[in-house]
Design a protein around this ligand. Sequence first.
Ligand SMILES: [Zn+2]
Ligand SMILES: [Zn+2]
Length: 310
Amino acid sequence: MLELAVLGSGSSGNSALVCLGETRILIDAGLSARQLCLRLENLGVAPDQLSAIVLTHEHGDHTRGIDVFCRKRSIPIYGTTHTCAIVRENVKSEVPWHHFEAGDDFMIEGVNVESFSVPHDAVDPVGFIFRCNKSSVGVVSDVGHVTRMIIDRLKGVNTLFIESNYDEVMLQNDTHRPWSTKQRISNRHGHLSNDQAAGLVSAVASSDLTRVILGHLSSDCNAPDLARRVILKKLESDGYPNVQVECAMRKDPLPLCKTALESSDPAENASEHISEEKPAKPDQVCDSTIVSADTPQVSVEEWSQTEWAF
Ligand SMILES: [Zn+2]
Ligand SMILES: [Zn+2]
């Protein structure tokens, strides 16, 4: 079964990890190389063991660690042709680039990766769905508005990572940003508000959805409790009160967790080809309270902001 961890999420850096046994796929590399290594090691994953890095888009908070991280190790990087063309300008190390077009599906060591276009202020931004035979993870990071295609592609996933960037009232009341910046954040190629994220979750929720992770939260125009409450309220009103909702923050990585409930049929579970997995409790996908106890806290470096959003 696929597992998902979030190494960090926010305007200063984004990276997540999808695993299927020995297959380890990093989604974006927007943390510093040092932080990427530290946080992977905290998850028990040696940085050299990565199977691939897949890129959602070229913004610095999703790519800034690539150059240094890849100097010592040869890890294939998958991105759309347009995204790779821009990222390559800032990567001096020798990297095996793998281009795809938005909408393509491809395999990485037993994991099927589906890509699809999303609206965002980048050259060719995409979302992903990772699948193996028993589980699926949808990942939509920066996205300005919800499209019919996004809903159609994400429908039925077991675990969903989406951004929930800002609370509309807090953004409107913010006194630090000029109106032009606020408008760029909230326009159709900016970022999703909590209410927009709730609308997307509601549109794709099904009985197969077990977990929602909210990411890219603004540090001063949002709050984890608020974002979580908005999404939970929507899920409850839609008849999905048991979906687990967590926030991924820049300082607090989320540990590897299974992305779907295990089948109660032992024969089905046995058909999975992952041998080293520990059995999950049938009624638990992941307990977010484990995070602070089991995950060593790592300091977060200050990065310059290269994205206009926050
Ligand atoms: Zn972006
Ligand atoms: Zn971003």
